[in-house]
Design a protein around this ligand. Structure first.
Ligand code: ACO
Length: 428
């Protein structure tokens, strides 16, 4: 290998593949001619070494625990910015000027409602339905009420579609929350900012005056910022893959919601709290569950531990752990689950099994504790994640379409039966 190419020797021939440079982080080998030249394809289960695209939205360094949105470190963003500004940054690539910010907020407020017919769709779901299933269906249904296809070559149309989805999606998330609690739905209030508006749609009771609690709004804002994008994770790759067939934005995002639902991805925040409750109900024996997680004959895993990319620490987990402490103190809540979480973290981080496999608490280890303190039902946790991740999904979809990425279509190494002749049923 030289600095800018890799040489592959195969079957008596030598082939050269160029290195694609990055601004920081992993460089790639461009193998687009590999199959034509050699008859070989690559095999990389779970895409652990495969770059699916060129991107300039989010950078993360798993070995050093660093995460940047458009170049800005997550620590600075979480401390100094707010979720609305982060949405703009991800979508447009730069922090907004005051005028740009006002125009962006105004664009979202223009669509701060959802067609009344959508309520009928919500009504037919049973209250027991998982909110992520409801959210995915409603997001897909939005297409029917906003049927205009986005002209991806028009900046105005792209911006409008993004602002429309940001506005309406926050309603759908709030509606799934109200449905779960059996409460009538609230509509948006244009006097509030994005997070305040969402908070009010969720929490305003029909029989009480409504007051914004700045501690809760601040906590929600921070959680949404920390989830806003995370480069080519499972749900984002799904959104890009579906969109690569030139499927519309809303339907692509609906597919991403289904991907996020899984317990190995966004569903982990629900699974963490369920696990902490289970340990508590079982007498709080943390060591027993650490042993179970290490036992290869037991399917149990420590939820909220481990990450495909972070092999040192998850920088979001560090911020969120402190936020969880602050919020429980501010709200005067003592949560046994937090005690168990702390013990679990201590025991696991000293255990050779977790140390050697570089398994650290991830963002979802602590987010559930905050959501619980805010009174959000456990099944709603992944919906909160989806609301945070929405600007990331839209930005990645937009980038994929503007870069004109080809339709996603991986290959396979086939290991099934050789060609054989059909045998009639009577002869089998
Ligand atoms: N508990 C116990 N053992 C674990 C855990 C865990 N949480 N995570 C990984 N391991 C072990 C595996 O058994 C494996 O051990 P082995 O080498 O002896 O076979 C080794 O660590 C590597 O694990 P993989 O599953 O190969 O790692 P991968 O990168 O594919 O998976 C994942 C990452 C899915 C996040 C995994 O760590 C996991 O299941 N964690 C729990 C679920 C979770 O918290 N998900 C949230 C991820 S963050 C997010 O999506 C926002």
């Amino acid at each position: 290998m030289s600095d800018n190419k890799v040489v592959l020797n195969y079957d008596g021939n030598s082939f050269e593949y160029p290195i694609v440079d990055s601004t920081i982080g992993d460089r790639g080998i461009d193998i687009s001619k590999l199959r034509d030249q050699t008859g070989l394809i690559t095999l990389d289960l779970g895409y652990k070494n495969t770059g699916a695209t060129l991107s300039d939205i989010t950078y993360l360094d798993g070995d050093n625990g660093e995460l940047y949105y458009r170049g800005y470190p997550i620590e600075q963003i979480a401390e100094k910015s707010n979720f609305s500004e982060v949405m703009y940054l991800l979508l447009h690539g730069e922090l907004p000027t005051q005028d740009q910010f006002l125009k962006f907020e105004g664009g979202i407020k223009k669509y701060n409602y959802v067609a009344d017919e959508m309520k009928k769709i919500l009504d037919v779901f049973p209250r027991s339905a998982h909110p992520m299933g409801v959210l995915s269906s409603l997001t897909s249904a939005l297409t029917a009420f906003n049927p205009k296809a986005v002209n991806v070559n028009s900046k105005e149309e792209m911006d409008e579609a993004a602002e429309m989805l940001l506005a309406k999606f926050s309603h759908l998330c709030a509606w799934t929350y109200r449905k779960k609690l059996g409460l009538s739905i609230n509509h948006g209030d244009n006097n509030l900012n994005y997070v305040e508006n969402f908070y009010k749609m969720c929490f305003r009771r029909p029989n009480m005056d409504f007051e914004l609690d700045p501690v809760v709004v601040g906590a929600l804002d921070k959680l949404l910022i920390l989830h806003a994008d995370h480069e080519q994770n499972c749900s984002t790759s799904t959104v890009r893959m579906v969109g690569s067939a030139h499927t519309g934005l809303f339907a692509s995002v609906s597919a991403g919601i289904s991907a996020l639902w899984g317990p190995l991805h966004g569903g982990a925040n629900q699974a963490v709290i369920e696990m902490l409750e289970m340990i508590e109900q079982d007498g709080g024996d943390v060591a027993k569950y650490v042993e179970k997680a290490k036992n290869k004959d037991d399917n149990f895993r420590l939820m909220g531990f481990g990450h495909r990319v972070y092999k040192n620490f998850d920088p979001r987990a560090t911020i969120i752990k402190k936020a969880a402490d602050d919020i429980l103190t501010a709200l005067g809540i003592e949560d046994k689950a937090l005690d168990i979480a702390m013990q679990l973290e201590r025991v696991a981080l000293e255990d050779e099994y977790f140390v050697s496999r570089k398994l650290y608490p991830n963002v979802d280890f602590y987010s559930g504790i905050i959501y619980r303190a805010l009174g959000i039902p456990t099944e709603m946790f992944t919906v909160m994640f989806a609301l945070g991740r929405l600007p990331g999904w839209i930005s990645q979809w937009k980038e994929m379409r503007l870069h004109n990425d080809p339709i996603g279509r991986p290959r396979q190494v086939y290991q099934g039966a050789q060609k054989r002749d059909y045998v009639d049923l009577s002869a089998r």
